[in-house]
Design a binder for this molecule. Structure first.
Ligand SMILES: Cc1ncc(COP(=O)(O)O)c(C=O)c1O
Length: 369
């Protein structure tokens, strides 16, 4: 079976050298030298400041809400998108913040800024948009609404590693942007994540929160948990970062192969033209759910594992409040992602493109493309 995604495995020899160093120092976690090195190298690579490494992308969201006082006080709501991975919303609910789902734009599939204002209530504290599939949100329009209503903005940038906007990092927008470094992501540290803060004082507060609220071994200044990344994870991250250009090049090639094969035949996400793209996903939209299911089945019969992202639309889950979601529901019922990862062989790419074109031409998939 061709998987929809595959973790990038960097040079084993290099990883072994980092692990030898960890053994020599016997320093396995708690802000060791590899965490410091990875922090500096990621800040330089991404062109950002105030980056804090954490245990995963879900903790990154939770810590960001806490550090920015979205959670941990009285009742509160945050406006977010129903078209995302469930962690964006579950992390809010877990932190006692009611997610309010506002509809997405039919072309960009990101939170539509025009829908935000009508969903704001006296207890709204934040907007939590997602750069879905790495497509940059309309950060300027979101900023205007947030400033008008005194709301914090926390971008879930789990898919947006390395994306730039108007020549600078997209990840510097908002009060904070979170990243996921899960094994299947473009850049990964097996499990891991990061928060990029606008302000240094928020970074410092968040740092204490990731370490039980300790300001020093004998000084407890905040409510904290354990959200630290370990030296082993940082070692993997450093090795993956060393090879990121090669990884990106491989994905970009696959992406363009698909685009050339399906261009003018399949509806793709409208990309933000002021932003770069990281080729992390190849989502495509089918005519309806029925054709989505027959396409998935046909691809499976050819040993191709395509997958639905992000289904179901989150406004249908058991928590949170829906404030308009018809576009999200429609789109969530029609999108599949095709396999895309560094090392996907040319033969497999060919099988995928011919299979998708085949089903489009067959009775089974009439009207798919
Ligand atoms: C949009 C989004 N947010 C958050 C997360 C959670 O990240 P993690 O798996 O690192 O906890 C993911 C994970 O895939 C995601 O896609």
């Amino acid at each position: 079976m061709i998987p929809v995604t595959k973790p990038y495995l960097p040079s084993r020899e290099k990883l072994d050298r980092y692990i030898d160093g960890i053994y020599e120092r016997a320093w396995l976690t708690n802000n060791g030298p590899l965490i410091k090195e990875l922090t500096q190298r990621l800040e330089a690579y991404l062109g950002v400041e105030n980056l804090l490494l954490v245990g995963n992308g879900t903790l990154a969201l939770q810590i960001a809400y806490r550090a920015l006082n979205i959670s941990g006080g009285g009742p509160s709501e945050a406006i977010t998108t129903p078209f995302t991975y469930v962690a964006t919303a579950s992390s809010l609910k877990w932190e006692g913040v009611e997610p309010v789902f506002v509809d997405i734009h039919p072309d960009t599939w990101c939170l539509d800024p025009a829908n935000i204002e009508s969903a704001i209530t006296p207890i709204t504290k934040a907007i939590v948009p997602v750069h879905v599939f790495g497509n940059a949100c309309d950060v300027e329009a979101i900023d205007i609404v947030a400033q008008r209503h005194g709301l914090k903005v926390i971008y879930d940038g789990a898919h947006a590693f390395g994306v730039t906007y108007k020549g600078n990092s997209l990840l510097s927008h908002g009060d904070a942007t979170t990243l996921s470094f899960h094994a299947t992501k473009l850049f990964h540290s097996i499990e891991g994540g990061a928060i990029i803060f606008k302000r240094k004082e928020d970074l410092e507060r968040a740092r204490r929160m990731t370490n039980f609220g300790l300001a020093s071994p004998e000084e407890i200044t905040d409510i904290g948990i354990n959200a630290k990344m370990s030296e082993f994870q940082a070692a993997m991250g450093l090795c993956v970062l060393d090879e990121i250009d090669e990884n990106l090049k491989g994905r970009e090639k696959v992406w363009h192969t698909y685009e050339a094969a399906f261009k003018d035949k399949v509806k793709l996400q409208h990309r933000n033209h002021s932003a770069s793209y990281n080729y992390a996903y190849f989502p495509m939209m089918l005519k309806d759910q029925e054709e989505l299911l027959s396409t998935l089945e046909y691809l499976r019969s050819k040993n191709i594992s395509a997958r639905r992202y992000f289904y179901p639309s989150l406004d249908g889950i058991s928590y949170g409040r829906a404030a308009g979601s018809s576009v999200s529901r429609d789109i969530a019922s029609r999108i599949i992602c095709l396999p895309i990862f560094h090392g996907l062989s040319e033969n497999d790419q060919k099988l995928i493109t011919t299979s998708v074109v085949e089903i489009a031409a067959s009775d089974l998939g009439e009207g798919v493309l």
